[in-house]
Write a protein that binds this ligand. Structure first.
Ligand code: CP
Length: 311
């Protein structure tokens, strides 16, 4: 029998595209251990005691930033935080200069969120330390996909063979692409659902099903992952009005109750209550939205630990 994989195949986590099924399974097994740790009275281990990590956020974040910071602190790493809005980026400093200045202060790892797709890949060609992509434009959000899949696995036991529909603004969503790639590696069937204007033309090349009718999509799936409309990335109007979007693609209790089966409801956050999902669904027994947030810390602990330990 082949030796069990003990370390990640990649020295960065830039996208789900760059990791394999064994990497995902290793991250999940490591996260299982850390989930047990963060539920203890003393939620801390010394695993990254000599490591300093910089969280470099060029875009707003609540969950991802706090989740990475908590993960780092639970692993006893030293943490420095950088927000572009309050930095010298506004004085014209380039990304590489900014990061090299941070690294000159003996930082061992970088977690970066950036509005431009490919920013992490670009940076990885210029700096020597491991980089974790915390979301790059409309491209990838790998730790979100990992925590989403981990949360599904926790709820369903197994992901292979399960049916997952991702609903909403697929065109502008880094969560959608990373989820599609991650779920397919784990053997799930994936469908996307939304207005045709918010579904990218290349989507068929990813091997996903496409459905524009929300009720049909929900009757097909075991899990529905509801996405926010990314108005901040939209330069033109993709649908007539929010009111019409809600009528066609908003998930509410009446729809849930009309389905032929019970499905799991997910959302990466931030939620726009009353738009893509109503409060009674978001806060229902079928929703695992807060489990996703809890699992995010364990998944990020696993990713940071495995990247720091890579030879
Ligand atoms: N899910 C997610 O990325 O949320 P934040 O933008 O708050 O980090």
């Amino acid at each position: 029998m082949a030796d069990k994989q003990q370390e990640l195949s990649s020295r960065h986590l830039l996208g789900i595209k760059d990791i394999n099924l064994n990497d995902i399974q290793l991250i999940f097994e490591t996260a299982d251990t850390f989930k047990e740790v963060i539920n203890r009275p003393i939620k801390k281990v010394p695993s990254l005691r000599d490591i300093t990590i910089a969280n470099i956020f060029f875009e707003n974040s609540t969950r991802t930033k706090l989740s990475f910071e908590l993960a780092q602190k639970r692993l006893s790493a030293d943490v420095v935080n950088f927000a572009a809005s309050s930095s010298s980026v506004s004085k014209g400093e380039t990304l590489i200069d900014t990061v090299n200045n941070i690294l000159a202060m003996k930082v061992d790892m970088v977690v970066m969120r950036h509005p431009y797709a490919g920013a992490g890949v670009f940076l990885s060609k210029h700096i020597q330390v491991p980089i974790v992509n915390a979301g790059d434009g409309a491209h990838e959000h790998p730790t979100q996909a990992l925590l989403d899949a981990y949360s599904m696995r926790e709820k369903l036991g197994e992901i292979a063979g399960k049916k997952v529909v991702i609903v909403g603004d697929i065109l502008h969503s880094r969560v959608a692409l990373s989820n599609i790639l991650c779920l397919q590696k784990l053997g799930a069937e994936v469908m996307v659902c939304g207005p045709t204007t918010l579904i990218p033309k290349f989507i068929h090349a990813l091997g996903v099903k496409v459905e524009t009718n929300l009720v049909k999509a929900l009757n097909w799936c075991d899990v529905a992952n509801m996405l926010r409309i990314q108005l901040e990335r939209q330069d033109i109007k993709y649908f007539p009005s929010i009111r019409e979007y809600v009528m066609m693609y908003g998930l509410n209790k009446t729809i849930i109750d009309s389905l032929k089966k019970e499905i799991i409801v997910m959302h990466p956050g931030p939620i726009n209550r009353g738009v893509e999902i109503t409060s009674d669904v978001a806060d229902s027994q079928q929703s695992i939205i807060l489990n996703q947030v809890e699992n995010g810390v364990a998944i990020r602990m696993a990713v940071l630990y495995l990247l720091a330990g890579k030879k």
